[in-house]
Design a protein around this ligand. Structure first.
Ligand code: ZN
Length: 353
């Protein structure tokens, strides 16, 4: 029988760098002095200390989409780009690599373009880290784990979405309404997520051209390269984009930071895709702006469902990132699961000194 102490010797989380350390030589989503750095996805709270890892680690492992996004979104300082490219290993979902008798596999997760879960097999142990996820169709549930390391962004029983399926339908209706009324719709959100929304709009038969700035265009190209069907999108500043804008009928995609400066002159409908949880899927902010709650994270029920389907021997709740790790751990314990919260509270407090 494997004891908790034995197993927890293979898992640790660093309060400062947010490194999820698995096995002997692997660190995920934060810097640690280990030869292998894995990136689950291209969000800043999972790319902590990337520059240090580029210098220290022998290999940087992620899905090919994440490896490209990380460069495109400028998480790699230019003078480290060459060394990053040399050390980077693109790992497709369900492919494995092995270093020092430790096997690494990435599994799909519904979060953003390229996002992955990490499965490590070391000695006789199977260790899994979910990264950020929501429990959509894409998310593979890791089974037969000795330890499941799970995020807890919405690990509070008060955070339950009652409208899981409705948001997309409501967003589609709003876009159609905006196009009918103004001919134009502006959609604000984050890289990776917006590209998924673009693909969904196409899926629902919305064929109006998309326009976007240079960086959004590059990210959209990466999204298409890795399987999203978008099509008919143009880079602002080109002749084609000018013609589209002059036609007066299009959808423009902008990064969330631009939402503050949105147009409120009755010529365009604004749709802001927030990652936060609200009590209602969609709400009107002003005469020309709607806010849609398009969360990338599992709510409490989905977190619990993941745990039940995975049925791991032990659970480690990640407390190094935002959320409700202690509340979630307590709820797990109440249901009979063996749980540890890492990093331990003392270490978390220590970082504010
Ligand atoms: Zn994320």
């Amino acid at each position: 029988m494997k004891s908790l102490d034995q197993i927890l010797g293979y898992v640790d989380i660093d309060a400062v760098t947010k490194a999820i350390m698995l096995g002997r030589s692997i660190t995920v989503d934060g810097f640690a002095r280990r030869p292998i750095r894995v990136l689950t996805h291209a969000h800043s709270d999972h790319l902590v200390g990337l520059k240090d890892s580029i210098i220290y680690s022998n290999h940087i492992i992620a899905t090919p989409a994440t490896l490209e996004l990380v460069v495109e979104l400028e998480y790699v300082p230019s003078r480290y780009k060459a060394i990053y490219k040399r050390k980077a290993i693109g790992l497709d979902y369900y492919q494995t690599v092995e270093f020092n008798r430790e096997k690494i596999m990435l599994l799909p997760s519904d979060h953003i373009l390229g996002s992955a879960q990490v499965l490590v097999e070391v000695d006789e142990y199977r260790l899994g880290y979910t990264g950020d996820f929501k429990l959509g169709g894409k998310t593979a549930v890791m089974k037969d784990l000795d330890v499941l390391v799970i995020e807890a962004t919405y690990g509070h029983p008060d955070i339950r979405r009652v409208f899981k399926e409705d948001v997309i339908d409501l967003v589609i209706d709003l876009v159609i309404e905006g196009l009918r009324k103004y001919g134009k719709v502006a959609v604000y959100g984050y890289y990776g997520k917006l590209q998924e929304v673009m693909a969904i709009l196409r899926e629902y038969g919305i064929s109006e051209p998309f326009v976007m700035n240079h960086r959004m265009y590059s990210v959209t190209k990466i999204a298409e390269k890795y399987g999203l069907n978008i099509g008919c999108y143009f880079r602002l500043g080109t002749q084609e984009a000018r013609e589209v804008v002059d036609s007066g009928r299009y959808i423009v995609f902008e990064h969330m930071v631009k939402a503050k400066r949105r147009r409120l002159d009755g010529t365009i409908l604004n749709l802001v895709l927030s990652g936060h949880e609200y009590n209602e899927p969609i709400r009107r902010v002003d005469q020309y702006t709607w806010l849609a709650s398009f969360s990338d994270h599992a709510d409490f029920d989905e977190l619990m469902e993941y745990v039940e389907r995975a049925n791991p021997k032990f659970i480690v709740v990640d407390a190094s990132r935002e959320g409700y790790p202690h509340v979630f751990a307590r709820e797990l314990q109440r249901r009979g699961w063996k749980v540890a919260v890492l990093p331990r509270e003392r270490e978390i407090r220590g970082k504010h000194r």
